[in-house]
Design a protein. Structure first.
Lengths: 149, 276, 337
């Protein structure tokens, strides 16, 4: 891939852990790739698979979904439910041809600012290697042109 | 007495005694080998019931349609093993009360129809275990494996072609006993998550949402696949989802009527190998 | 002596037409579905099919079509009309029922407002029909006063020769004559018998049906509930129908930009008549099925003097629960009067 490709990464994070972790990364003055756009949600249990689909359609090259470690959920079990959902959704995306590397899942606690920074750097690097995610975007573009028949 | 005659006369008895208000079975169809759903409300109507190797539809769909069971009365229904699986799921999801359904069970093997013992869902507890260990149709398994071996870009091209055929008639949804949502997410327009247009992107959205919502809830009856007027192989996606929940969570949808729905429950030690 | 198009000249025909600037569309079997698609060679055509699963309606009134592109800024709204391309097309091997379907829909799209999207495509298309040589249990053209070799909606009519190696050619319209002229050197003058037409038995008495439907007493008849009980409310019958034409206008996009689209809609859907208030005047499947029948055999007739059915039978052939127009109209025909 060309040097100039800067991937867009959308991160859906829970407000209690990963968002706080990202905040800690900031207040600790840790430097990490600016390619991530963070969307804060109450809990990973609130992250609908539709969010991931829409992000991929609207221009994301990778998606990160992140929340509290098992046992740490503010709502007791939201992340356990999310984990099952991700397992299945991930398999579904893979089966319908979306590379698994495009969608990442992680646990990042409020104390793990460094982990968050490292994770974003790592995903950015790997997405750069993968190149832009064009499959859905091409379908999106096709919508905007007059049907050929 | 053949199974058809036996079930006919039992259905007539149930109707004349008032035990059930309705018998949902099969009747003759528009061609010699087509069977269509038949609703018998009187003993006379039950004479039209047909049961043979062409009775393949999953009639549980009608149990959740149009408030049929809201009056608390009983209904009898002709079910194959996959229909019994669907019924188990519907009971587990509190959509149907077990005591409201009388089952006329039958199995079709090598074009032979054989009766299944029992009339109430609790009589079929053993069947779930048996189905769990049954091998899925080899044709489906092989085709799914062929796709798996393709690599993701090959699979994407495959599904792009398949989904580009979709016309969003929603026959897959309407034929499915598990698609009982009062308002399907595609019919929700604030916000409009799934575009109503049936361009390929919109078709991807719809088909993925459908498949995801049926993950761990599909009884593999094939109703959606048969209903699809443009022949999208929905069976493959359903099979893949069923395989995933079985491998990851040791879950077999519709095994019993008291199992916890797989995506509405969890175990603390669920696998999470893919989580960073 | 009649004009004959020999089968082995079909490739030359396609080449000649393409040279004249036409795209050639014909029945094809692709990705597990039969429909009309563009072809380069005769070998790609699936001319032996009784009927394609999808209709040619798709190519005149697509399932989704962008109408305008818009952008909303602080002070202005910019919009751009998206017009269908002017593209000359030949539809080769259309069955008479499908061709009739187009003509049935013409008055609808040109009634109070001339639908440019439909007519641009209509005016740039030439329909080459092939008379049927086979019919199945679901065909019912004769019941709606058409036939396996009806020329309605066709520009050129081809009748298969009994030997199976070509077609008798008859130009129906001016456009058809012009098209035949482009390939006149490939046509031969011969005496050849056309193959006998398949027998399509009458399935219902459409006059009796129309009379019954016109009687207002029957609108609330219990008949509608009984006949539609097994309808699951999908839209496959409407979407596969060569004459069903209902559509919905949707804006797709975000707050600042988007595309206004015309999408197929179906009277079978509960949402079709749902009001914003939540009230639904057609709140049961039976009322929706009644609408479908009434629209086809009463309202459309009243407005345009023609029934909105060309007898292709797809509604029944493809119905997941073996319903369809045929059964309903048969039942109406047989009702005690």
């Amino acid at each position: 891939m060309s040097e100039s490709f800067e991937p867009k990464i959308v991160a859906f994070v829970c407000t209690y852990c990963t968002y706080a972790g990202a905040d800690l990364a900031g207040t600790s003055r840790l430097k990490y790739a600016p390619n991530v756009r963070i969307v804060r949600l109450p809990c990973t249990g609130r992250i609908s698979p539709m969010f991931i689909l829409k992000a991929l359609q609207k221009g994301a090259d990778s998606v990160l979904v992140s929340g509290c470690h098992p046992g740490d959920c503010h709502f007791a079990a939201g992340n356990y439910h999310a984990r099952r959902r991700w397992t299945v959704f991930r398999a579904l995306l893979a089966f319908t041809g979306i590379p698994e590397e495009r969608i990442r899942f992680s646990w990042v606690s409020a104390a793990e600012g460094a982990k968050f920074a490292d994770l974003i750097n790592e995903i950015t690097e790997e997405t750069k290697k993968l190149g832009p995610f064009t499959q859905y975007q091409e379908l999106q573009k096709a919508i905007e042109t007059q049907s050929s028949y | 007495m053949g199974i058809q005659e036996q079930y006919r006369s039992e259905a007539a008895e149930l109707l004349s005694s008032g035990e059930v208000k309705l018998v949902i079975g099969f009747g003759a169809g528009s061609t010699a080998d087509r069977r269509r759903p038949l609703f018998a409300r009187t003993p006379e109507e039950s004479e039209k019931l047909v049961l043979d190797q062409n009775c393949i539809a999953n009639l549980t769909t009608y149990l959740v349609a149009g408030g049929l069971l809201t009056d608390g009365k009983k209904v009898a229904v002709f079910l194959k093993p996959d229909g019994i699986r669907s019924l188990n799921i519907l009971i587990a999801e509190s959509q149907v009360k077990a005591e409201q359904v009388v089952i006329f069970g039958f199995a079709i093997e090598n074009n032979e129809v054989t009766p299944l013992e029992g009339r109430s869902i609790s009589d079929f507890a053993k069947l779930g275990e048996k189905l769990r260990t049954a091998t899925p149709p080899p044709s489906v398994q092989e085709e799914a494996e062929r796709l798996e071996a393709m690599g993701s870009s090959g699979r994407f091209e495959y599904w792009k072609e398949q989904f580009s055929k979709c016309i969003k008639c929603y026959a897959c949804r309407q034929a499915c006993p598990m698609c009982y949502c009062r308002r399907c997410i595609v019919d929700v327009n604030q916000p409009q998550w799934v575009s109503t247009s049936s361009h390929t992107l919109g078709n991807f959205e719809w088909n993925l949402v459908r498949a995801f919502h049926l993950a761990g809830r599909c009884a593999a009856c094939g109703a959606c696949d048969r209903a699809c007027p443009v022949n999208i192989p929905l069976r493959l996606i359903n099979y893949r989802m069923g395989k995933e929940v079985k491998e990851a969570f040791d879950y077999f949808a519709g095994e019993s009527s008291d199992q916890n729905p797989v995506l509405a429950s969890f175990r603390q030690d669920d696998p999470e190998t893919f989580i960073l | 002596m009649t004009r004959i198009l020999p089968k082995n000249k079909l490739d030359d025909c396609i080449a000649a037409w393409q040279k004249a600037g036409f795209s050639v569309l014909a029945p094809v079997q692709r990705h597990g579905m039969s429909s009309f698609g563009e072809v380069q060679k005769a070998s790609e055509m699936a001319l032996d099919l009784i009927l394609t699963e999808r209709t040619i309606k798709d190519h005149f009134f697509p399932q989704t079509e962008p109408l305008i592109k818009y952008k909303i800024s602080k002070h202005d709204i910019d919009s751009e009309t998206m017009t269908p391309p002017e593209r000359k097309r030949i539809f080769f091997g259309v069955r008479p029922c499908d061709a009739s379907g187009l003509e049935i829909d013409d008055p609808l799209f040109g009634w109070d407002y001339k639908d440019d999207y439909w007519f641009r495509r209509r005016e740039n298309s030439v329909i080459v029909s092939i008379a049927c040589s086979e019919a199945d249990d679901f065909c019912m053209c004769t019941s709606v006063k058409l036939s396996p070799d009806s020329t309605r909606g066709a520009d050129v009519m081809l009748r298969p020769l009994s030997g199976g190696n070509g077609w008798q050619v008859e130009a129906i319209s001016e456009r058809g004559t012009a098209l035949c002229d482009t390939v006149s050197s490939l046509l031969q003058e011969e005496t050849a018998q056309a193959a006998p037409l398949p027998r399509v038995d009458g399935k219902f008495d459409v006059e009796k049906v129309m009379e019954w439907l016109a009687d207002k007493e029957n609108f609330e008849s219990r008949f509608w509930k009984d006949i539609s009980m097994r309808c699951i409310g999908c839209g496959s019958c409407t979407f596969l129908c060569p004459t069903c034409h209902c559509f919905d206008i949707q804006d797709e996009g975000d707050t600042y930009q988007g595309i206004r689209r015309k999408n197929w809609d179906s009277c079978s859907f509960a949402l079709f008549t749902m009001h914003t208030s939540g009230h639904n005047p057609r709140n049961a499947q039976s009322t929706r099925w009644r609408q479908r029948i009434m629209h086809k055999f009463n309202y459309y007739q009243g407005k345009f003097g023609v029934n909105s059915c060309s007898g292709c039978g797809r509604c029944t052939r493809q119905c997941p629960v073996d319903m369809g127009i045929t059964e309903t109209l048969q039942a109406i025909t047989n009702l005690p009067r």
